[in-house]
Design a protein around this ligand. Structure first.
Ligand SMILES: [Zn+2]
Length: 291
């Protein structure tokens, strides 16, 4: 079971607090995204540890100790990958998502690309791509490490996105998908929305199969009806030259009755099948019974 270390960026208070915008704090958002990401990763079979479990958690007092503490915890645990979660901030105009690694060449670069590939599609944020930087948490970790800047907390639209639980859920899903791809694991999601659509698909499949059975029974009933009609037709008898007899047979049968070739039973019933009507008619046309 691969070990994923999640580092919700910054501290609740003291040194190493994060950026802020429109009343939101980066150190809170990073934990909220991580709290969604952890169960998603666990659902996909990963073992997960976090540098901060709760919004009020603080890793260490000073800035350098805070950054080293995160890297050290991941190193001590023997994590396979390290993911630091942050919100960006600039001049209120910049927006979008980006993912950092120390170098794009190695496994960290691969992980950064896989995660960043999902971020814009999943979150609807502008794609700022994969970037390199020597952030302390990326250089002090001994496993492939990335830092995800989910969106700009000081940009109005990005901030609204980060403030919504659905937005944070999407950030977590994008990261989870990238991690699954990195380890070659098929992504398995069970968000409420996707569960509902799964339920719908299952119901629809059930419905479709019932429709199919009903259609097949319908076809059976129709073919049985055709068989019965065929049997009825083959059993049908023509006793008299009347409106029941096919018009094409009437001249021949009339002639045969008139000439006394056909007499019928004691009650005068001819008891002819349709096949017999055909045979007499064909013979008559061939001249067998004269004029
Ligand atoms: Zn940050």
């Amino acid at each position: 079971m691969a070990k994923v270390f999640i580092d919700p960026g910054h501290n609740y208070s003291g040194a190493d607090t994060g950026a802020a915008g429109f009343g939101l704090k980066e150190q809170d958002i990073s934990v909220l995204v991580a709290q969604r990401l952890k169960p998603m990763l666990e659902k996909n079979g990963f073992s997960v540890r976090m540098s901060r479990e709760k919004i009020t958690d603080v890793v260490a007092g000073g800035l350098s100790a805070s950054l080293s503490g995160r890297a050290q915890a991941a190193n001590d645990w023997g994590a396979d990958i390290f993911i630091s979660i942050h919100c960006n901030a600039a001049n209120t105009k910049a927006y979008g998502c980006e993912t950092y690694c120390v170098s794009t060449g190695g496994n960290a670069g691969k992980l950064a690309r896989l995660v960043q590939n999902h971020m814009p599609d999943e979150t609807g944020r502008y794609d700022r791509g994969v970037k390199t930087a020597n952030f302390a948490v990326l250089t002090r970790t001994s496993m492939p490490a990335i830092l995800v800047e989910t969106a700009f907390i000081d940009n109005y639209d990005d901030n609204k996105f980060l403030a919504s639980s659905s937005g944070r859920e999407k950030c977590a899903a994008a990261i989870c998908k990238g991690v699954c791809e990195y380890f070659g694991v098929e992504y398995n999601s069970e968000s409420e929305e996707e569960l509902m659509s799964k339920e719908y698909d299952e119901l629809k499949a059930k419905n479709d199969s019932q429709d199919k059975i009903i259609n097949e029974i319908g076809v059976d009933i129709q073919s049985n009806k055709n068989d019965i009609d065929g049997i009825k037709n083959s059993l049908k008898r023509y006793d008299y030259v009347d409106e029941n007899m096919p018009a094409w047979a009437v001249p021949t049968i009339t002639k045969l009755v008139t000439k006394g070739f056909l007499k019928g039973d004691e009650n005068g019933k001819l008891n002819l099948t349709e096949d017999q009507l055909r045979l007499y008619t064909v013979n008559d046309r061939a001249g067998l019974y004269g004029e």
